[in-house]
Design a protein around this ligand. Structure first.
Ligand code: NAD
Length: 460
C-alpha cells in the first residue's frame, strides 16, 4: 500500500501559526481526468460564440471588482503581500479580465489575394484545446488571470495548477471564475511538482511562470511532446543610473524595486549600476531610502517590505548575505513572521553568487560603471534578461541603450517592477522562453494559424 502524500500547509508569512489551508495534492490521475473533462468541454466553449465568451469574461471582471477588498486581504494573509500592492494586484486582475473580454470580437485572421486565378486565401487563428497553466505564488490572482483570460477568450478551456503556497487565493479565484463559465471550461488542480508534471504530460499547450530551474525542465518536456510552451522565469535585473539623473527620485524608485514585496518579484532590482559621478550621491541616497523604508506587517497599508514567503526563503536569504557587510540596510521587525532586513551591498568579487543567481529577497548589489557602454556590458553579463530600468534626464542614454540592452523590457525613469498589463511581458535568455505573455501577444500564444485555400468548383 502506498502512503498518502503529505499535505502541504499554507501559512501566513507574517504569522506562521496562522494556517490558511491544508493542501492535499490531488495526484496525477486527477489532473489527467481534469484535462479530459476540459477537452470534452472545449468545443462547446468555442462553439458558444464570441458574445458568450465576452460576457463571461466581463462577468469575471465584475466579480473580481466586487470581491476586491476580500481578495486583497487574502493575498496579504496567504502570501504576505503588502496591502497597497495586494490592492493594486486585484485591480490589475479585474482590468486583465475586462481587457480580454473584448478579445473574442477581434479579427482572428486575414484575407489574401490568390497568386493565380480566382479564389480566396484565408488565415485564421484557432485555439489549441486545453491550456495548462502552472503558476507561482507571488502574484496569486494576476498571473493565473493573465494566462487564463486570453486562453479562454481565444476559445481554449483551462486547467490551472497554482503554487501550493497560494492555494487559498487560487481556490477563491477559481470559485469566481467558475461561477461565470460552463462546467469544465476552467478547472483548478492543487498540489506540487507531481501535479505540474501531470498537467505538462496531458495539456495541449502549456504556460509556465516560476523559477528558471523548473521552467527550463518544463520547456524541455513540452518541446519533446511537441506542444506550444511559454515560460516566464527568474531575473537578475539592473537599474542603470546616469550622472544626469534626478538621483533622489531614482533612489526612491530603485529602493522600492529592491525591497517592495521583500524583493519577491521577477522584476525586482538586484543590481544597481551607477555610471561615473552618479556613484557617490546614489550611494548616499539609497542608504537613506533603505533606512526609512517601511518594513513590517503586510496588513499595514504603509508597509513596503513585508515578510518572505517561508522559513526556507528566509534562511536562504540570510545565507546569501552571510559575511557581507551591508552598505545600507533596513530593519526587520521582531516577531514570528519570516522577515528579513532589506540591504544593499557593494564591492563584491567578480563571479560572486549575488551577481549570478536570483536570491528572490530584498537585496541589491551596487556596482560602478565607467560609462554607458560599460553599464550596458555589466547589465548584459548575467544569464538572465528580464527587465532593465534606466534613470536619466537625457535622451541619449535611452536611445543608445535601448537596442543594446539584452532584456525583454526596458523602463526609463521608473522602477524595474510594474509593467502594464496590456503590453507584451517577458524576458530573454534564462528569463523567458517562447512567445510573450499579456496584451495581444498572449492571444497569439493560445492560438495557432491555419491557412485555408478556397477555389471555385466551376469556371465562369
Ligand atoms: P517554482 O518554480 O518553485 O514553482 C512554480 C510552479 O511550478 C509552482 O506551481 C510549482 O508547484 C510548479 N512546479 C514545481 N516543480 C515542478 C515540476 N517539476 N514540474 C511542473 N511544475 C512544477 O517558483 P515559485 O517559487 O512558485 O516562484 C518564484 C519564481 O517565479 C522566481 O524565480 C521568480 O522570478 C519567478 N517568477 C517569474 C515571473 C516572470 O514573469 N518572469 C513572474 C513571477 C515569478
Amino acid at each position: 500500500m502506498t502512503a498518502a502524500p503529505t499535505p502541504f500547509l499554507s501559512r501566513n508569512p507574517a504569522d506562521p501559526a496562522d494556517i490558511l489551508t491544508e493542501v492535499a495534492p490531488v495526484g496525477a490521475d486527477a489532473v489527467a481526468a481534469a484535462v479530459e473533462r476540459a477537452r470534452a468541454a472545449q468545443p462547446g466553449w468555442l462553439g458558444g460564440g464570441a458574445a458568450a465568451r465576452s460576457a463571461a469574461l466581463s462577468a469575471i471582471a465584475a466579480a473580481v471588482e466586487a470581491a476586491a477588498a476580500e481578495l486583497a486581504d487574502l493575498a496579504v494573509r496567504e502570501v504576505g503581500k503588502p496591502l497597497a500592492e495586494a490592492r493594486a494586484e486585484v485591480a490589475r486582475t479585474a482590468a486583465v479580465w475586462r481587457y480580454y473580454a473584448q478579445a473574442p470580437y477581434e479579427p482572428t485572421g486575414a484575407v489574401h489575394e490568390s497568386a493565380a486565378g480566382p479564389g480566396l486565401l484565408l488565415t485564421r487563428r484557432r485555439p489549441h484545446g486545453v491550456a495548462g497553466l502552472i503558476t507561482p505564488w507571488n502574484f496569486p490572482f494576476a498571473i493565473p488571470s493573465w494566462k487564463a483570460a486570453p486562453a479562454l477568450a481565444a476559445g481554449n478551456t483551462v486547467v490551472l495548477k497554482p503554487a501550493p503556497e497560494a492555494t487559498a487565493c487560487a481556490r477563491r479565484l477559481a470559485e469566481i471564475i467558475g461561477q461565470a463559465l460552463p462546467e469544465g471550461a476552467f478547472t483548478l488542480v492543487t498540489g506540487g511538482p507531481e501535479e505540474g508534471e501531470a498537467l505538462l504530460a496531458t495539456a495541449d499547450a502549456l504556460s509556465f511562470t516560476g523559477s528558471t530551474t523548473v521552467g527550463t525542465a518544463v520547456v524541455r518536456t513540452a518541446t519533446a511532446r511537441g506542444i506550444p510552451v511559454q515560460a516566464e522565469m527568474g531575473g537578475l535585473n539592473a537599474a542603470i543610473v546616469l550622472p544626469d539623473a534626478d538621483i533622489a527620485r531614482a533612489a526612491g524608485h530603485i529602493a522600492s524595486a529592491i525591497a517592495g514585496y521583500a524583493g519577491q518579484k521577477c522584476t525586482a532590482t538586484s543590481r544597481v549600476i551607477a555610471v561615473g559621478a552618479a556613484l557617490g550621491p546614489l550611494r548616499e541616497a539609497l542608504a537613506e531610502e533603505l533606512r526609512t523604508l517601511a518594513v513590517g506587517d503586510p496588513a499595514d497599508p504603509a508597509t513596503v517590505c513585508g515578510p518572505l514567503i517561508g522559513e526556507r526563503a528566509r534562511d536562504r536569504f540570510a545565507a546569501a548575505l552571510e559575511g557581507l557587510p551591508p552598505l545600507a540596510a533596513g530593519t526587520a521587525p521582531d516577531g514570528p513572521g519570516w522577515y528579513a532586513a532589506p540591504a544593499v551591498v557593494e564591492k563584491l568579487p567578480e563571479g560572486h553568487h549575488l551577481l549570478r543567481e536570483e536570491v528572490f529577497g530584498p537585496v541589491a548589489v551596487l556596482l560602478p560603471a565607467d560609462d554607458l557602454a560599460d553599464a550596458v556590458r555589466i547589465t548584459n553579463s548575467v544569464p538572465y534578461g528580464l527587465v532593465t530600468s534606466v534613470h536619466t534626464a537625457g535622451l541619449d542614454a535611452v536611445l543608445h541603450g535601448l537596442d543594446r540592452l539584452d532584456t525583454g523590457m526596458v523602463r526609463v525613469n521608473a522602477p524595474s517592477a510594474g509593467v502594464d498589463f496590456h503590453l507584451p511581458f517577458g524576458g530573454t535568455k534564462a528569463s523567458g522562453h517562447g512567445p510573450r505573455e499579456q496584451g495581444r501577444a498572449a492571444l497569439e500564444f493560445y492560438t495557432s494559424s491555419r491557412t485555408y485555400t478556397l477555389t471555385p468548383a466551376h469556371t465562369m
